[in-house]
Write a protein that binds this ligand. Structure first.
Ligand SMILES: [Zn+2]
Length: 315
């Protein structure tokens, strides 16, 4: 779908959710996110072909953050077009370059202490290991043509190195999974999975940053296109969700003075939210762990480190 002249949204489905990549066609051609391993060959290249663009026309592919549905296609891009530069946020580089690291460091980091995580080995969707050609830390400019450029924004929270791209000429932002609302929707409506922000204070500062950026249209990795007030409401809902999770966690610990495990806290939070599908609750381990880290720093909660799985209690 053409969003506005020379800018395209490329849509496919992944696990019942929309998965979007974005293509900017100027003197330089830029792809935002590469999807899962098969997305370039099955979705992106056929779409480019319909615009009479070969894969070799891609100047740059930007992976917004370290997740298999955003980085999995990097290897396929490089195989089809060795001259295309692959890029991501500097702080996400190790995880974007290697699915093994993505699984060990991001998806299974709670295994030892909390016995929660994904399957141990990377799924085929995560693609093959590929080195980045370029890393961004925010503030860089990507020239599309002489009168048109993208600004690279560093918007952490969901991951440390999460990037967004801002088109100041059109006041549009391409934010990947930087903003979560109450969760990620199914393509057919309703929520598919929980919020998956992790670094709570950093996520809140990213939300504030977006609120002060003039944005007329917001484009993301999975959420519907938003304009004007919808953007304000989405950001406000995202902040309210953070506050809600914090309250539910503290209330649950108050009621259970003997302490709760991470799994019990995840279940408490997910039950309170009410409309995250039960088979997706595991993913709430990311925000719940983020909240527990923050509550520990604030001195409100203590982790009983001798227990397995680790229990948390109020101080
Ligand atoms: Zn995603």
């Amino acid at each position: 779908m053409e969003l506005y002249p020379h800018v395209y949204q490329i849509q496919s489905l992944f696990a019942g959710r929309n998965l979007f990549q974005y293509l900017f066609v100027g003197d330089n051609t830029v792809l935002v996110d590469t999807g899962i391993a098969t997305t370039p060959e099955q979705v992106v290249f056929p779409y480019m072909d319909s615009l009479q663009l070969s894969p070799q026309r891609l100047t740059l592919a930007v992976t917004t953050h370290s997740d298999l549905d955003h980085q999995g296609g990097n290897d396929a891009i490089k195989r089809a077009s060795p001259g295309t530069w692959l890029s991501c946020g500097a702080a996400d580089r190790a995880l974007v370059e290697d699915p093994r690291a993505l699984y060990d460091i991001r998806y299974n980091f709670l295994r030892p202490d909390h016995n929660m995580g994904f399957e141990p080995d990377p799924a085929p969707d995560a693609g093959k290991a590929r080195c980045m050609d370029l890393c961004f830390t925010g503030g860089e400019i990507i020239r599309l043509s002489d009168a048109w450029h993208l600004e690279v924004l560093h918007v952490p929270g969901h991951s440390h190195g999460h990037l967004a791209l801002y088109d100041p000429l059109h006041k549009t932002a391409f934010v990947g999974d930087a903003i979560h609302g109450r969760g990620c929707p199914k393509a057919t409506g309703g929520l598919a999975i929980p919020v998956t922000y992790y670094y709570v204070d950093i996520y809140l500062s990213t939300l504030r940053y977006f609120e002060h950026l003039p944005i007329d249209a917001l484009y993301s990795g999975h959420w519907p296109i938003m304009h004007g007030e919808e953007i304000r409401d989405f950001i406000a809902e995202s902040r309210q969700t953070v506050e809600f999770l914090d309250r539910v966690i503290l209330t649950s610990l108050e009621k259970n003075r003997a302490g709760l495990t991470m799994k019990e806290l995840v279940d408490a939070v997910a039950s309170a939210v009410g409309d995250w599908p039960p088979d997706s609750w595991l993913l709430a381990m990311f925000p719940v762990k983020g909240h527990m880290d923050r509550l520990e720093e604030q001195g409100k909660v203590r982790a009983l480190r001798g227990t397995r799985p680790v229990k948390f209690e109020l101080t």
